[in-house]
Design a protein around this ligand. Structure first.
Ligand SMILES: Cc1cc2nc3c(=O)[nH]c(=O)nc-3n(C[C@H](O)[C@H](O)[C@H](O)COP(=O)(O)OP(=O)(O)OC[C@H]3O[C@@H](n4cnc5c(N)ncnc54)[C@H](O)[C@@H]3O)c2cc1C
Length: 483
């Protein structure tokens, strides 16, 4: 049921349009997207899922008590005697520590709820760190590396579609709101678009696309209808040339003592912490950085409510960091998701994080939990993550086949799904039970997978019913596929 609900909340774009970012002129090429055709071709199709829906489903699927909110890991250390945290009982333990961000390697694996600060020491045989792109666990207990600032600054904001339709927020003429039925379900990209400068990834851009649906807002109690997201990005140098410092806030006196790479006098940690800002100043700076855009595009940025605008710096783990041992210490520590491989915000980070978990689950089931499994997992994931996040080809010809060929060992048991209270309809559950009785669990899995494919198709078809299909027009050779 949960999976169906998630897919039912997905947005399927109709097309991707490009515009020149000073004249506003629409480029003659367009990427038409037909999710049902993609389903026919690959068995899967891409969809944009609201962040909160994904979170709710993941938390809802976890056993009660597994996720504890309001706690912060302030340190993490391997046991002092260097015993490997192996598949034996009583393995690793953490040393007590200070709870600072000093990164001296002596911190405990501790949590401190904000309301009543209190440190808790937890001893764990294994630590699987999924603490995101600036993973503290990686910095203090792993290889110590942090994602590298790309000298690119981004603003992310959302505007209700209702405001665009009513004219309260002016929509750019280029997206033809009144005449193009696909306008609000397409992705619109303003770039310095000409053959000359679209042969490399652009250093500035403005994107608008829909995210969330009426259905999604309703089911999550948001009640605000569908939204359009806009993203603006530019180089730090451009921001500085306009008289704005980066990061926006100055580091506090005394500064942070994290041993991270200095970047123009500011540590990487300071840069990331001080750059994530929402509100009027972030909005002001976005308006300033939109000066090159056509007036009707600038108008959306200017009319967006400042509280809906987030400014952040783009940080990634460079491809050079993908070396054996970077994601596991060969003992009890493993890094997954962004903690291991933060890439550019190009729509694959969350997918890869979910894949990480699925592959780890399958390997643990096969080999048990332990350092050897962690090593096997790292070897299995590293190449794929690098090829997808750092594909050097202009067309993405390395990454797209990998994305569309994703298959994973099912972690579920068909009999469990077919049991009382399971998600399968009664007739499918009966079919699964008969298949398992006649041919074993594999036969039961086949029945579940066949049903699942039918359900996916049914939901996708319902989501795109009545659409006007947009024909793709190929760009001239050499034009990069922006990501
Ligand atoms: C603005 C933006 C837009 C993006 N858009 C997309 C997109 O469209 N599609 C896509 O696939 N990806 C997108 N990404 C990337 C995607 O969000 C990440 O790749 C994905 O969330 C990684 O999942 P994760 O679980 O590894 O880390 P996260 O989702 O970052 O989760 C890490 C968790 O750890 C917690 N945490 C961190 N430090 C501590 C600590 N010390 N103690 C306790 N908890 C801690 C955090 O609070 C957080 O809940 C986007 C990223 C950004 C910044």
């Amino acid at each position: 049921m949960r999976k169906r609900l998630l897919l039912a909340q997905a947005n399927f774009f109709s097309a991707i349009y490009q515009y020149n970012d000073t004249s506003g002129q629409r480029m003659p090429w367009v990427t038409g997207l037909a999710p049902t055709e993609t389903l026919d071709r690959y068995g899967i199709t891409g969809g944009m899922v609201p962040w909160n829906a994904l979170r709710s489903i993941l938390y809802g699927g976890a056993p009660p008590g597994l996720v504890e909110f309001g706690c912060k890991v302030v340190g993490c250390a391997a046991p002092e005697d260097n015993r490997p945290a192996a598949n034996t009982t009583g393995g690793g333990e953490s040393a007590a520590g200070g709870g600072s961000d000093a990164g001296d390697g002596g911190g405990a694996y501790a949590s401190a709820p904000a309301a009543a600060p209190r440190e808790v020491l937890a001893r764990a045989k294994f630590v699987i760190a999924a603490d995101g792109f600036f993973s503290r666990v990686r910095r203090v207990a792993g290889d110590g590396s942090a994602p590298v600032f790309q000298r690119s600054v981004r603003w992310l904001a959302n505007v209700p579609q209702a405001d665009l339709v009513s004219g309260r927020i002016p929509a750019p003429a280029a997206i033809k709101l009144g005449t193009d039925p696909t306008a609000l379900i397409s992705s619109h990209v303003w770039l310095p678009a000409s053959l000359e400068n679209l042969t490399a990834q652009p250093t500035r851009g403005f994107l608008m696309y829909s995210a969330g649906t009426d259905e999604a807002s309703g089911s999550e109690g948001g009640g605000g209808g569908a939204r359009m997201i806009w993203t603006l990005f530019t180089r730090v140098e451009t921001l500085e040339a306009a008289g704005e410092a980066y990061p926006m806030r100055a580091p506090a006196a005394g500064g942070d003592t994290v041993a991270a790479a200095a970047e123009g006098g500011t540590t990487a940690l300071e840069t990331v912490q001080l750059s994530n800002t929402t509100g009027p100043r972030a909005h002001e700076r976005a308006v300033l950085m939109s000066a090159h855009l056509p007036p009707d595009v600038r108008a959306i940025i200017a009319a967006t409510e400042p509280e809906r605008v987030l400014e952040f710096g783009s940080h990634i783990h460079s491809p050079d960091s993908y070396v054996p041992g970077a994601w596991t210490d060969g003992r009890g520590l493993l890094l997954v998701g962004d903690a291991a491989h933060t890439g550019r915000a190009d729509g694959q980070g969350a997918n890869l994080a979910l894949e990480d978990a699925a592959v780890l689950g399958a390997l643990v089931r096969q080999h048990g939990l332990g350092p050897e499994t962690f090593r096997v997992w790292e070897a299995a994931r590293m190449q794929r993550a690098r090829d997808i996040l750092h594909d050097p080809t202009p067309e993405g010809s390395l990454r797209f086949p990998l994305i569309y060929s994703a298959t994973f060992e099912p972690l579920w048991c068909p009999l469990k799904l077919a049991g009382p209270g399971g998600p399968l309809p009664a007739e499918v559950a009966a079919e699964v039970q008969a298949a398992v009785a006649g041919g074993g669990l594999d036969k039961g899995r086949e029945v579940v997978l066949a049903w699942s494919r039918r359900e996916v198709r049914r939901i996708v078809e319902a989501r795109v019913a009545g659409r006007v299909w947009v024909e793709s027009v190929a760009p001239p050779p050499g034009v990069v596929r922006m990501r």
